[in-house]
Design a binder for this molecule. Structure first.
Ligand code: ZN
Ligand code: CU
Length: 504
């Protein structure tokens, strides 16, 4: 425990008094005061003698680093709803955008937005021709949370290719590669792919390697919604590892899951394979704590297995929240025809085994990412509930892991994997992103039926030293920052899961 009391100032801007600190490193909790000056933690320890402009009493409550959402689709909503209530109300202080191959930049006004790119965008939202333009806009109009951004390969394809139903030609690969370079220079953390989805489904492995070349020089991340998360998930893992090795960069397996009954239980095999691969290359993964998935409404029968709930439909907004089967029966058409008529649309799919979800969550290296889709009236409940659900249901109620481990999976681990320096940990010198919550009462309230519900038990959320959320209400602050890629942080890699040490 680092106290730094001797050198600490006697007066702070903000003092969090008497809380039980879980510091994001998995170290056991301890009682301490936290003194904040400006945007940084100045001291942690016994600070009874100190004064402050503002004091938050945290007696009997947990004080943890602000949660980092490793997997989001918040690219556009950060600008259109900068207060980000669905994230800040959960204690989230940093989001990673641009996942699953889809990012809001770079895109021209004339670019088509085929699904799932349209999940990011309402039609009249601004486009950004370069990644630097997007980052500049975020800085000019800061949201309430910090942002670290990935650039999406499907977005690059939409920007650079005349049609998406084929592999990229050499000139298109060069064009995409140049734009990836631009994005990395502008501060992107890496590139994401979504070869599961139509806009990138026809991209062969070699295309991704060739487009991804610029990642190698700066050791940026390769983040992937794999080609398959069902019958061919092992082959998809091998492809992801191969790309990571070819480029010699870390691979993040996004929202690891096994879909459809015939694959239930297969997480034993995939996790063993991931653990094996981790011995020779950097492989990271994240997961959301639910056994239903959500994305665009598919129109092919193979992807409409089982119960499908319509989350949003531009053509028939009144159908959101309804069962696809029911709507198809009412219209007297097939499921696929109903899905076609509802487009553009998104859906919730009941397609996973709870035991797989728990094995993946409990796997040591798994980070927590919401994969929340912030559009439509009936979003998947993960948008509002992910982080409190892991703390309440999976840690407290089911005892899947300790609270210290749960916090680490959403703070220190994530910061170290994504190279977010001085975040994800409570220590003197770190940014003052923190959350005060009640370990006894914290729980998600969002359900599939009523998904837009604030979680319970989050008391105070501080972003870069500014109180942004207090007992159920937003304080209006928009103190989030753009976090650019830092070259060295995730090189602390291979098997070393600890948060990197803090310097200055
Ligand atoms: Zn995805
Ligand atoms: Cu996603």
């Amino acid at each position: 425990m680092s106290t730094h009391v001797e050198s600490a100032p006697k007066h702070f801007d903000l003092l969090i008094r008497g809380g039980t600190v879980i510091d994001g490193t998995r170290r056991p909790r301890f009682v301490a005061d936290i003194g904040i000056v400006g945007d940084r933690i100045a001291a942690i320890g016994e600070l009874a003698e100190s004064t402050a402009d503002a004091v938050v009493s945290a007696k009997g409550k947990i004080v943890a680093p602000g949660f980092i959402d490793s997997h989001t689709h918040d690219d556009q909503v950060l600008l259109s709803q900068p207060h980000m209530p669905f994230k800040i109300s959960q204690g989230v202080t940093t989001v990673v955008t641009g996942n699953c191959g889809i990012s809001i930049a770079p895109l021209r006004d004339s670019c088509p937005m085929p699904a799932p790119l349209n999940l990011l965008d309402d039609q009249d939202s601004p486009r950004f021709a370069t990644f630097a333009d997007y980052m500049a806009q975020l800085r000019q109009q800061p949201p309430s949370v910090n942002v670290a951004a990935l650039v999406g390969h499907s977005t690059l394809r939409a920007m650079c290719m005349s049609s998406l139903d084929r592999a990229a030609r050499p000139d298109e690969i060069r064009d995409m590669r140049g734009r990836l370079e631009e994005a990395l220079e502008a501060g992107a953390l890496g590139m994401s792919t979504g070869t599961f989805y139509p806009p990138a489904m026809h991209a062969p492995t070699e295309e991704i390697v060739e487009v991804g070349r610029p990642l190698s020089a700066v050791d940026a991340l390769y983040v992937t919604h794999m080609r398959d998360e069902a019958d061919r998930s092992l082959e998809a893992l091998e492809e992801s590892f191969f790309i990571g090795r070819e480029l010699n960069v870390p691979v993040v397996i996004s929202h690891h899951k096994l879909k459809f009954a015939q694959n239930f239980g297969k997480s034993g095999v995939t996790l063993a394979r991931i653990a094996e691969a981790m011995k020779r290359q950097r492989v990271y993964l994240d997961c959301y704590p639910y056994n239903a998935s959500s994305t665009m409404l598919h129109t092919d029968a193979a992807r409409l297995h089982g119960k499908v709930l319509i989350a949003s439909s531009d053509a028939y907004p009144e159908c959101s929240g309804r069962d696809l089967d029911e709507v198809a029966a009412e219209w007297q058409v097939s499921k696929t025809e109903a899905a076609r008529r509802l487009q553009p649309a998104s859906a919730v799919y009941y397609n996973m085994d709870e035991r797989d979800v728990q094995s993946i969550l409990a796997f040591e290296d798994t980070m927590i990412g919401s994969d929340g889709i912030p559009t439509g009236d009936q979003p998947h409940p993960r948008l509002w509930g992910t982080f409190p659900r892991v703390l309440g249901r999976y840690s407290r109620e089911l005892g899947l892991f300790s609270l210290e481990t749960a916090v680490w999976k959403m703070t220190g681990l994530t910061a170290s994997r994504f190279g977010l320096a001085h975040r994800g940990q409570l220590a003197a010198g770190c940014f003052a992103d923190l959350v005060v919550f009640d370990a006894e009462t914290i729980r998600d309230a969002a359900t599939y039926d009523v998904p837009k519900q604030m979680a319970e038990g989050i008391e105070t959320v501080v972003v870069n030293g500014v109180v942004t959320w207090r007992t159920g209400s937003h304080q209006g602050a928009r103190n989030g920052r753009v976090i650019s890629r830092s070259n060295t942080a995730h090189r602390y890699g291979l098997g070393d899961a600890d948060t990197r040490p803090h310097g200055a």
